[in-house]
Design a protein around this ligand. Structure first.
Ligand SMILES: C[S@@+](CC[C@H](N)C(=O)[O-])C[C@H]1O[C@@H](n2cnc3c(N)ncnc32)[C@H](O)[C@@H]1O
Length: 421
């Protein structure tokens, strides 16, 4: 429906069948307003944008409860505060996007979680349906799907990404055991790193690797491996003292998992199932027509070397960087060959996405054009062309332009396709 401007309704009132709805304060960009409108359309609501451009009047709402529980860009519907707004209050960081466990590990190139929640709505995914993210990265789609009771299959070639995605979504189920082992973890980390200065030998049973190996539950072991890698990363990137960083981040990680557990209880949420696995987006292990939606962002071409970026963590996990590099889309080959290989690789992954998606359902792909050796690599146009050939119809092409530090412009497009055949 086309938005027309009308007077602001009295804030927070329900006038007959009309409801007022207010955007959350952090909504600042045109693409966010576009996504907010698409969310309302997805739930079959008629709406008008008010003159403030921050409020809507809603009509013919099939189910107000659904809007309160699911919308991503709205703070209030009538007098009711949305679940999303309440969820963002459970935040151990100063960044509004890094609520609950999203912040764990400083991964470059994360999705904006609020946008993912909106897209899951726009893809019309219902509770207990399954969304696939074949380039799961730091697990943003997994956390957001889990919060909406949508099942999520996440795949990534990087073991570090799978570890992050699991820790962010699975620690909530073992929070008591995580807390029970806290002191032992700190003592063994100190012993491994400052053995002679900080801890006397008799106080410490094992070093940190011994401690990790002694944990039976994989989810608890993953949590403590992640805590170590967060500290390794802090030292590599910012030169921080590793023991100090470990203790500080461990406290924050535990508080975030606690927050998650509390949010689920206080908002009475049902959580979706998560299945995070190492794999290759070019050869998915899934059956044809087996998922109800796809939400993903392939590697941004050649722009970011994901392998070099996390080299310290891969090494700490005991991986051979050259071997890992072979399977990474976007970092194979040099010069013109790199672009050719990149295009071949993402085309294969689009083919796989088309194969596993159910007919009539939708797929959202976030991509940007990158510059490589002074040439613009037109990934957006390439994606549209390839997906159309496969039998997808382009439903929306939403352009996101953000001016960052020093007015550097960053453009991403969110492409929403429907599988017609
Ligand atoms: C743009 S990032 C995804 C970021 C993610 N949306 C997030 O919020 O963190 C692209 C991801 O693709 C992964 N990747 C690269 N080659 C892959 C392949 N062949 N199969 C699966 N994943 C791959 C990289 O490890 C990286 O995590």
């Amino acid at each position: 429906m086309k938005a027309t401007h009308i007077r602001e309704p009295t804030e927070g009132t329900e006038r007959g069948v009309e409801w007022s709805a207010q955007l959350i304060e952090n909504v600042q960009f045109i693409y966010e307003l576009a996504l907010a409108e698409l969310e309302l359309e997805a739930f079959g609501v008629d709406f008008k944008l008010t003159n403030s451009l921050r409020g809507f009047v809603l009509r013919n709402i099939p189910n107000v409860d659904t809007l309160v529980r699911r919308l991503a860009y709205f703070k209030t519907i009538g007098h009711r505060t949305t679940d999303y707004y309440r969820l963002t209050r459970y935040n151990q960081t100063r960044s509004v996007n890094q609520y609950l466990t999203h912040w764990i590990y400083p991964y470059k190139g994360k999705f904006h979680p609020q946008m993912i929640r909106a897209l899951l709505n726009i893809l019309k995914l219902e509770a207990n349906e399954t969304v696939l993210d074949p380039f799961i990265g730091s697990g943003t789609s997994a956390v957001e799907a889990q919060l909406l009771n949508i099942n999520c299959i996440g795949i990534d070639v990087s073991p570090l990404c799978i570890l992050q995605s699991r820790v962010k979504t699975e620690s909530i189920y073992v929070v008591d055991e995580i807390k029970r082992l806290r002191e032992e973890a700190i003592a063994s980390f100190k012993s491994s790193n400052h053995a002679d200065t900080l801890v006397s030998k008799e106080n410490v049973a094992k070093d940190y690797n011994g401690f990790l190996n002694s944990i039976n539950d994989e989810r608890v072991r993953n949590f403590y491996l992640m805590a170590k890698l967060v500290a390794v990363s802090d030292r590599a990137r910012r030169g921080r003292d590793i023991v100090h960083s470990f203790i500080k981040n461990l406290e924050l990680m535990i508080s975030s998992v606690d927050d998650y557990e509390r949010a689920v209880r206080e908002l009475n949420l049902q959580l979706g199932k998560v299945d995070m696995r190492e794999g290759d987006a070019r050869h998915l292990f899934l059956e044809d027509e087996s998922v109800e939606g796809i939400m993903t962002s392939p590697p941004y071409s050649i722009a970011l070397d994901y392998v070099a970026n996390d080299a310290h963590a891969f090494e700490a996990m005991g991986y051979d960087l050259d071997k890992i590099r072979d399977e990474f889309v976007g970092v194979r080959g040099m010069g013109g060959n790199r672009i050719k290989l990149y295009n071949e690789d993402i085309a294969k992954s689009f083919h796989e996405m088309h194969r596993v998606l159910k007919k009539g359902r939708c797929c959202a792909i976030v991509v940007g054009n990158a510059t490589y050796q002074k040439h613009e690599v037109k990934t957006i146009e390439f994606t549209i062309e390839q997906c159309k050939k496969l039998g997808f119809t382009l439903m929306n092409n939403i352009n996101k332009i953000i001016y960052g530090l020093y007015n550097v412009m960053q453009t991403d497009n969110t492409l929403i396709f429907r599988k017609e055949r």
